[in-house]
Design a protein around this ligand. Structure first.
Ligand code: SAM
Ligand code: SF4
Length: 329
């Protein structure tokens, strides 16, 4: 088991498959100038499948989520999913993606064994999409979402970040659209994980703001802590159900005490938290011929050092050096 000194057990593994992306969301990446990881530093497909195998068979991981950067840019994605689906015990597998290209690959991913997807979409307005992502790909994301639903990668969840002055008036429209299309919408508070270090707490759109805005049009009933478990999203039943809406309030209502995650970066580093300052190198061990038990031991040791919380509220908080796109969001 992966257990820390606070008794938390990690069962959910986030695997970043690349730090590259075909969008440039303003809260994530600068327009240009971000240094990509060097190709030889990236884990190969075989190395990724081996590490996931160790996590699943030796360390109690039951859920694997592929992310990035943009994971659909990884050429071997379908084959990685296929190989992970063959592991015993078979973990549940999901993908967090910006949806571009999903129209082409949704069916193959579902056939390979992917269970579901989260697609990020912050706005229903193409011009706002372009302002927020610096690319004209709004239609591709909508097509990708529909393809995921049609391929049975359900429930399809939609992740939205609200930014002041850009899309902060869109929460009710996004929810109405999600309910109509049978997507489960989750708002994510903007976190200090952008490569440009431009995040400011003042002015950020909080969970409180989002809920107040939604309540102007919808009746929201809290789903309650039992239903939440270790999920980061607090959920509300919309207009009596069955639709739900979630809010991931990492900044204003952190859920660190219930965290069940461990993270593997595309270059083979273990991180115990998005906000961790430390990483533990598994790639070096892999490439120097370490046995599975040795790698499992390094992973357990890393987990043992997991901090109690993100430290966001600590006056000495320092943003991690790696941006979200290189950690795996
Ligand atoms: N490219 C994929 C995507 O956009 O879904 C996967 C990686 S992305 C880093 C994962 C999620 O993190 C997305 O939903 C994105 O909106 C969110 N995200 C990125 N930067 C963020 C930030 N500074 N604060 C909150 N969420 C952020
Ligand atoms: Fe790319 Fe996802 Fe970051 Fe947007 S949030 S720039 S889609 S990695």
């Amino acid at each position: 088991m992966l257990i820390d000194t606070f008794g938390r057990v990690a069962t959910d593994l986030r695997v970043s498959l690349t730090d590259r992306c075909n969008l440039r969301c303003t809260y994530c990446m600068p327009e240009e100038g971000l240094q990509w990881l060097a190709k030889p530093d990236l884990l190969t497909d075989d190395e990724i499948v081996r590490l996931i195998g160790i996590a699943v068979t030796e360390l109690g991981i039951t859920d694997v989520r592929f992310t990035g950067g943009e994971p659909l840019l990884r050429p071997g994605l379908v084959s990685i999913v296929d190989r992970v689906a063959a592991l015993e015990p078979r973990p549940k597998m999901s993908l967090t993606t910006n949806g571009i290209g999903l129209q082409r690959t949704a069916r193959a991913l579902a056939d390979a064994g992917l269970d579901r997807v989260n697609v990020s979409l912050d706005t229903l307005r193409p011009d706002v999409f372009q302002a927020m992502t610096r690319r004209k790909r709004h239609g591709d994301v909508l097509d990708g979402l529909a393809a995921a639903r049609d391929a049975g990668l359900t429930p399809v969840k939609v992740n939205s970040v609200l930014m002041p002055g850009l899309n902060d008036d869109e929460a009710p429209d996004l929810l109405a659209w999600a309910v109509e299309n049978e997507y489960e919408l989750r708002f994510i508070e903007q976190m200090p994980l952008d490569a440009q270090h431009g995040w400011k707490r003042e002015g950020m759109i909080t969970a409180g703001d989002i809920l107040a805005s939604l309540r102007t049009r919808f009746d929201l009933t809290p789903e309650g802590d039992d239903a939440r478990g270790s999920a980061p999203a607090e959920r509300w039943i919309v207009d009596g159900g069955p639709a739900r809406v979630g809010v991931i309030a990492s900044v204003t209502r952190p859920f660190c005490a219930a965290c069940d995650r461990t993270r593997l970066t595309a270059d083979g580093q273990i991180r115990t938290c998005l906000f961790a300052q430390e990483e533990s190198d598994l790639r070096g061990a892999l490439r120097s011929g370490a046995a599975d038990e040795e790698i499992a031991g390094l992973w357990k040791r890393a987990m043992w050092g997991k901090k109690a919380g993100s430290g966001l509220d600590d006056p000495s908080f320092l943003q991690p050096q790696r941006p979200m796109s290189a950690i795996g969001g």
